[in-house]
Write a protein that binds this ligand. Sequence first.
Ligand code: NAP
Ligand code: COA
Length: 262
Amino acid sequence: MKAEFDYTGCTVFVVGGTSGINLGIAEAFAAAGARMGVASRRQEKVDAAVAKLSTPAGAAKGYAFDVRDAEAASAALADFAETAGPIDVLISGAAGNFPVLAKDLSPNGFKSVVDIDLLGTFHVMRAAYPHMRRPGGSLSNISAPQSTVAMPLQVHVCAAKAGVDMVTKCLALEWAREGLRVNGVVPGPIDGTEGMDRLAPGEKARAMIAKSVPQKRLGTPEDVALACLFLGSSAAGYVNGQILGADGGWAIAGASIGAALG
Ligand code: NAP
Ligand code: COA
């Protein structure tokens, strides 16, 4: 059965939505008819994404800010809501990653990733909160298998993404009474992305990772986008505080992931 979602008349904002998986997510919402907002640090990436995301529902709006800057995040979300109206769906997916052994990771390297992934997620959630549609607004944080699976070379990311999942669950508890739902999405290894290029560069590594996925293939941005379309829709109206894997079963393989990377 073909999955179809209709976001006509809805507003959607994707933070970190200018490349890779998150751009794929933004493109899927735009194709489903949503009016889009998009953000990341670099203005040229934002401009390129805006050009791709404008739909008959309206021109997309783009914002260049760093999620480590809470005030900048708040200003951008406020400006978007002022022009586009209450936000139906917020996706928070900005992240940083590089492979490094813990013994070689400087305190500032650890802090950089925690600041972007964990603090940044909180900043974005907090910035979006006053502007979400009530009732009915949906917020989804893009997590990673590192949130539950210990991996070599990934102590900073594992710590940060585990925290992201707890932010998701705590906000789901607090905000449900206001008609908001907060969930997480865990992409598996997604082909052709910056994350994969950094963690598993080269054809041999890609093939090895693909073999470690129970479904025996790498994922696509569309695989992750479909999970986000579901979570944002009325089909997920009673789904709250959940961390949904779009990973071909990769995270449940646990130890074998570590073996593949290590
Ligand atoms: P990507 O293309 O590098 O996407 C990261 C996005 O976040 C970009 O738009 C980037 O744009 C933005 N960004 C980075 N740092 C930022 C900051 N400090 N403030 C604001 N924006 C920032 O990477 P990806 O591989 O597609 O990963 C996307 C998400 O999926 C991440 O949350 C990642 O943890 C998760 N994930 C990826 C994989 C995978 O296989 N790739 C697997 C599991 C989970 P600028 O450079 O312009 O800021
Ligand atoms: N290995 C070890 N340490 C590294 C590193 C690497 N490959 N890359 C950066 N660091 C360390 C730096 O040395 C620095 O620590 P120091 O001050 O003790 O030397 C610290 O991390 C911050 O580096 P900096 O380059 O100033 O950070 P930034 O804020 O400009 O960029 C990053 C953040 C490092 C996460 C960068 O990789 C990035 O912007 N990533 C976004 C894209 C991405 O990672 N996509 C994949 C998502 S899954």
